[in-house]
Design a protein around this ligand. Structure first.
Ligand SMILES: *[C@@H]1O[C@H](CO)[C@@H](O)[C@H](O)[C@H]1NC(C)=O
Ligand SMILES: *[C@@H]1O[C@H](CO)[C@@H](O)[C@H](O)[C@H]1NC(C)=O
Ligand SMILES: *[C@@H]1O[C@H](CO)[C@@H](O)[C@H](O)[C@H]1NC(C)=O
Ligand SMILES: *[C@@H]1O[C@H](CO)[C@@H](O)[C@H](O)[C@H]1NC(C)=O
Length: 397
C-alpha cells in the first residue's frame, strides 16, 4: 500500500497536509483485517476498536487517573493484567496480574513476581483492589481465558515455586529447560470453575536445552478455538521464543493442543515472522481471522528507547501466512488522561485486550504494564477503546 505521503516523504517533498491523499486499499488485508476495504471508495472501514487509514491503530481513548491497578504509592509494583467479567455479577470485574513482593521493582520481576487477583465494582477500568494471591513466587506473565468446552477458566503463566530472598536481588535459577538464568522458560496452566479455586496442571509446554531458536519459551497467550459450530477443546497458544538463556532474537510462534492440559505441538519449526517481538496476545475476530498484539523490540521501541512499543499482526488462518504491520503503530508509549494530562511512559508492554460479550469480539479495553521515566516501579494501566463508553453504559454504570 503506497500513499502520496509515503512517496512524498521518500522524495523529501514538503507536501502541505491538505494535498495528502488517504492511502487506497485494494483488499481487506490493506485494512489489517481490522475492517474491510470499501470497493468503491477504496478506503478502509474500520471495525469498532480500530482507527487510522489502514485500521492498524487501536482506537485508544483517555484513561482515568487512579484507575487500573497502581500500588506504587505504597511501594508495590505490578505488571501485565487481564480483565475478566464476573459470570454472575454484571457489576463485578476481576483482574489477574503479576505483583512483585518485598517492594521490589520491575528489574526484579524474577524471582519476586507472584500472581494476584484483584476486583473492581466500579467498572472494567477499576480501580481494582487486591483480593488474594493466586500463585506465589515465582509466577509471572499471567493471563486468564474461558474455555467453553471445559466450562473452566484457564490461567496460563510461567514460573515455579521459589522463595525469593527478602532483599531485592536477581539470583540465577531455573524452572525447567530453556533458561537457567532467570527461570522464564516453561508454561504452566491452572484451571478454575469460578475464578476462586484453582487446580494446578503443571508445566504443559516446556523449552529445551538445545540449539533451537525457541529453546526458551515464555509469554503465553492462549485462545480456545471453540465455536458453537465446532465445539472443540483445542487451544491455540501464542508464545515468545528465543535461544537457550535467551541468548538471541526474541520471535513469535504458536503451539496447539487438543486439550488445555496438552501435549502442545509447535505449528512451525520457524518463527511466524522475522520481526523481533515479545508479549504476544492472540485472538480470533468475528470473521474468523486471527490477530496478534505485540510488544515490539524494534529500534525506537522496546526498553525505554522510544514510542514504538505496540504492534499488530494478522492472518486469515493461524497457520499463516502472517503479516506484521510495520507501518502503523497499534499503540505507543503515551497515555492520554481524562484530566487533559498525558504520561509518556519509559516502558509499556504486555498488551492484553478485553472484548465485547456480544459475539462481535470488539476490543473494548487495552491493559498494559507500564514504567514511568526515572522510576524503578511499575503498574498496570487500563485504557478504554472506542466502544467502552457504550459497554459500561449498557451495564448500568
Ligand atoms: C500511579 O501512582 C503514583 C504514586 O501514587 C503516582 O505518582 C502516579 O501519578 C500514578 N499514575 C497514574 C497514571 O495515575
Ligand atoms: C536443562 O537445563 C536445566 C537448567 O536450565 C537443567 O536443570 C536440566 O537438567 C537440563 N536438562 C537436560 C536434559 O540437560
Ligand atoms: C515493512 O515490511 C515490508 C514487507 O515485509 C518490507 O518490504 C519493508 O521493507 C518494511 N519496512 C520497514 C521500514 O521495515
Ligand atoms: C501516540 O498515540 C497517540 C494516540 O494515543 C497519538 O495521538 C500520538 O500522536 C502518538 N505518538 C507517537 C509518537 O506516535
Amino acid at each position: 500500500m503506497k500513499s502520496i505521503l509515503f512517496l512524498a516523504s521518500v522524495l523529501g517533498l514538503g507536501v502541505p497536509i491538505t494535498s495528502v491523499a488517504i492511502p487506497k486499499c485494494h483488499t481487506d488485508e490493506d485494512c489489517n483485517l481490522n475492517g474491510v476495504c470499501n470497493p468503491f471508495s477504496k478506503t478502509c472501514i474500520c471495525d469498532s476498536g480500530w482507527r487510522s487509514s489502514d485500521c492498524g491503530e487501536l482506537d485508544v481513548r483517555p484513561a482515568t487517573r487512579n484507575s487500573g491497578y497502581n500500588q506504587t504509592g505504597v511501594g508495590t509494583s505490578s505488571w501485565g493484567s487481564k480483565i475478566v467479567h464476573d459470570p454472575h455479577n454484571s457489576k463485578l470485574f476481576h483482574l489477574f496480574l503479576a505483583e512483585f513482593t518485598d517492594g521490589c521493582g520491575l528489574d526484579y520481576w524474577s524471582p519476586y513476581s507472584r500472581i494476584i487477583h484483584a476486583e473492581s465494582t466500579s467498572g472494567p477500568i477499576g480501580p481494582y483492589t487486591f483480593s488474594n494471591q493466586v500463585v506465589g513466587t515465582f509466577a509471572h506473565n499471567p493471563t486468564v481465558v474461558y474455555s467453553p468446552a471445559d466450562k473452566l477458566y484457564l490461567l496460563y503463566y510461567i514460573g515455579c515455586s521459589f522463595s525469593a530472598p527478602a532483599v531485592c536481588t536477581g539470583p540465577s535459577f531455573t524452572c525447567g529447560p530453556g533458561n537457567d538464568l532467570n527461570a522464564e522458560s516453561g508454561i504452566s496452566v491452572q484451571s478454575s470453575p469460578d475464578l476462586k479455586t484453582w487446580t494446578p496442571h503443571g508445566q504443559v509446554f516446556s523449552g529445551d536445552n538445545g540449539t533451537n531458536w525457541d529453546a526458551d519459551v515464555t509469554n503465553p497467550s492462549p485462545f480456545p478455538l471453540y465455536s458453537p459450530y465446532h465445539p472443540t477443546a483445542e487451544i491455540l497458544l501464542a508464545y515468545r521464543g528465543c535461544p537457550y538463556n535467551c541468548g538471541g532474537a526474541e520471535l513469535i510462534n504458536f503451539a496447539t493442543a487438543q486439550h488445555f492440559q496438552g501435549p502442545y505441538t509447535k505449528i512451525e519449526s520457524q518463527p511466524i515472522f522475522q520481526n523481533g517481538n515479545e508479549d504476544p496476545f492472540v485472538w480470533q475476530d468475528k470473521r474468523g481471522n486471527f490477530h496478534l498484539l505485540l510488544h515490539s523490540l524494534e529500534a525506537g521501541g522496546a526498553f525505554g528507547d522510544g514510542p514504538k512499543v505496540g504492534r499488530h499482526a494478522f492472518a486469515r488462518e493461524f497457520e499463516g501466512p502472517w503479516t506484521f504491520n510495520n507501518q502503523t503503530l497499534a499503540f505507543n508509549t503515551t497515555v492520554q488522561y481524562t484530566d487533559d494530562t498525558s504520561v509518556n511512559f519509559y516502558r509499556r508492554e504486555r498488551p492484553q485486550l478485553f472484548f465485547s460479550e456480544d459475539g462481535q469480539m470488539t476490543p473494548l479495553y487495552l491493559t498494559t504494564g507500564v514504567q514511568e521515566v526515572n522510576s524503578p516501579q511499575s503498574y498496570s494501566v487500563i485504557q478504554p477503546l472506542g466502544g467502552a463508553a457504550a459497554y459500561v453504559a449498557s451495564l448500568g454504570f
